[in-house]
Design a binder for this molecule. Structure first.
Ligand code: HEC
Length: 133
């Protein structure tokens, strides 16, 4: 009896956590929080290079490989492909993740803001065919 109620409790906690994780992101807020990125990056394929590389299709792309942009040696030396986890680490502290990078955005220690920015980046840079939505 006791055991069963503990299991039920565990199930309730798990369900609540899952619901929390699936919480909807407010894209208007996210877009506002990502405005700082747009001062240095274009996110639309046609717009080309700004202060930083064009970020269209960045998820799944190898770091430091967007044509037409002069990356730092530090970024060119990276061997990974961008995914959401790496973006999160990057936006926490770019210079800690890639020492010597020339991206001067300092990062944010607020996980909620990073989550929103990453969701917005994904929504505007993912080519239609690869979209999971
Ligand atoms: C002050 C200008 C500036 C701001 C603001 C800025 N970036 Fe950057 N970003 C750069 C530069 C410059 C690079 C190239 C870094 C290098 O070569 O070391 C870069 C590189 C990147 C890369 C790696 C791209 C690749 O092809 O490997 C990502 C991803 C990125 N920025 C995302 C963002 C996001 C998201 C934001 C907003 C939170 C942001 N950046 C804000 C200038 C900026």
């Amino acid at each position: 009896m006791m055991r069963k109620s503990i299991l039920t409790l565990a199930a309730v906690i798990l369900t609540t956590t899952a619901a929390h994780a699936a919480e909807k992101i407010n894209m208007d807020t996210a877009k506002r929080q990502a405005a700082i990125c747009t001062s240095c990056h274009f996110f639309n394929e046609a717009e080309g290079t700004k202060v930083g590389p064009n970020l269209y299709g960045v998820l799944g792309r190898k770091a430091g490989t967007k044509e037409g942009f002069m990356y730092s040696d530090a970024m060119k030396a990276q061997k990974f492909k961008w995914d959401k986890k790496r973006l999160d680490k990057w936006l926490t502290n770019p210079k800690a993740m890639v020492p010597g990078t020339k991206m001067s955005y300092p990062g944010t220690d607020k996980p909620e803001i990073r989550k929103n920015i990453i969701a917005w980046v994904e929504s505007v840079t993912t080519p239609p065919k690869k979209s999971k939505k």
